[in-house]
Design a protein around this ligand. Structure first.
Ligand SMILES: Nc1nc2c(ncn2[C@@H]2O[C@H](COP(=O)(O)OP(=O)(O)OP(=O)(O)O)[C@@H](O)[C@H]2O)c(=O)[nH]1
Ligand SMILES: [Mg+2]
Length: 334
């Protein structure tokens, strides 16, 4: 199982701008002194961790990162423009190493950490700087400093942001397979999933998050019934839980019984789990009769927000992903 997200990228700092060779030219000064300005410094390449980034997903499509070169110096002692630094945003927890040797260069743990990985070349000096009392008209200037190129490996140990919990057969594995590229086993019998599966989920253009599919829970799980609670430790560090419920299996006479049973098991397992932000999602809305069952559930649930989806047809999935991203961003701002 691959619980490590990784990417290999090439980064390049900016080259320094070259110094300028120039002489003053003014109307009544026939032979002016040197006035060539210095080149601008090349931009640095900088890593910055931000907690809204949760995966290395963006590096699948972009692999080359170049900071801007410094501008050349100009006459009249004008310094070249400084190259703009390139800031690469990465999730906290990313380990940066040299892709060739494997040597770790930096382990960025906390949010808002900043690390300059490659410094831009210095600006070359203009001819003005080379003028001395014995050499008043230098016809040379300094070239800009070289840029630095590095091939880096980024590695992130994936930690699930969202855990999907529910009774066996609720469609948890089906859900993770439609929202991510994970390919868990899916079948019409309970306890199909025997080990947790992680998937990277992309929402619209920006956000990504990691979801974990764990084996189904049943009443008495905390006592070891079914697969027990041994897998709940995998979602202990998630920020939110999706409680997935098979709408077609809702008992119309006691619509909340399954829902309460899972809540009970979570609470018996740990206070931490039972206090997580929870999103209640009714699945299999494509099955005949489940819409009516869902309505009965929603009515009984009172002011608990409930989303309805069909993992099979994809209905409601985008909304669910957006809602999860929103909750995650709210949680990480806290
Ligand atoms: N009609 C319909 N069937 C679904 C939907 N989602 C899942 N299923 C089916 O429900 C069954 C169980 O799906 P799984 O994804 O394996 O369920 P699970 O919750 O992971 O089950 P366990 O791993 O055993 O806990 C499979 O036959 C799926 O094809 C849905 O939206 N509509
Ligand atoms: Mg499963």
């Amino acid at each position: 199982m691959k619980f490590i997200d990784e990417a290999v990228i090439t980064i390049q700092s900016g080259k320094g701008g070259r110094g300028c060779v120039s002489f003053r030219r003014e109307k009544f000064i026939p032979r002016g002194g040197p006035d060539g300005g210095d080149g601008g410094k090349g931009g640095d390449v900088v890593f910055r961790t931000i907690s809204q980034k949760r995966t290395l997903y963006d590096f699948r499509s972009r692999r080359l990162f170049k900071a801007e070169n410094g501008g050349s110096g100009e006459g009249n002692q004008r310094t070249g423009k400084k190259g703009v630094d390139l800031i690469i945003e990465i999730p906290p927890g990313t380990v940066i190493s040299d892709a060739g040797t494997g040597r770790i260069l930096k382990d960025l743990v906390d949010p808002e950490e900043v690390f300059v990985i490659a410094v831009g070349g210095r600006g070359g000096q203009g001819n003005k700087k080379f003028a001395t009392s014995t050499h008043r008209t230098p016809r040379f200037a300094q070239p800009g400093g070289e840029s630095q190129t590095l091939i880096l490996k980024l590695e992130l140990k994936l930690i699930a942001d969202v855990g999907i919990v529910g009774l066996p057969n609720a469609g948890k594995s089906t859900l993770i397979s439609v929202i991510s590229s994970a390919t868990p086993k899916i079948a019409e019998y309970p306890f199909t999933t025997l080990t947790p599966v992680l998937g990277v989920v992309k929402v619209g253009k920006g956000d990504t998050f990691v979801a974990a599919d764990i084996p189904g829970l049943i009443e008495g799980a905390h006592k070891g019934i079914g697969l027990g609670t041994q897998f709940l430790k995998h979602i202990e560090r998630t920020s939110i839980l999706i409680h997935l419920i098979d709408a077609s299996a809702i008992n119309k006479d006691s619509p909340l019984s399954g829902y309460h049973a899972i809540n009970e098991e979570l609470a018996l397992y740990s206070k931490n789990l039972s206090e997580k932000t929870r999103l209640v999602v009714l699945n299999k809305l494509d099955i005949t009769g489940s819409k009516e069952a869902a309505d009965i559930f929603i009515k009984a649930a009172g002011n608990i927000e409930v989303l309805t989806i069909s993992a099979a047809t994809g209905k409601g999935i985008n909304r669910l992903k957006q809602k999860v991203a929103l909750l995650l961003n709210q949680n990480s701002e806290r």
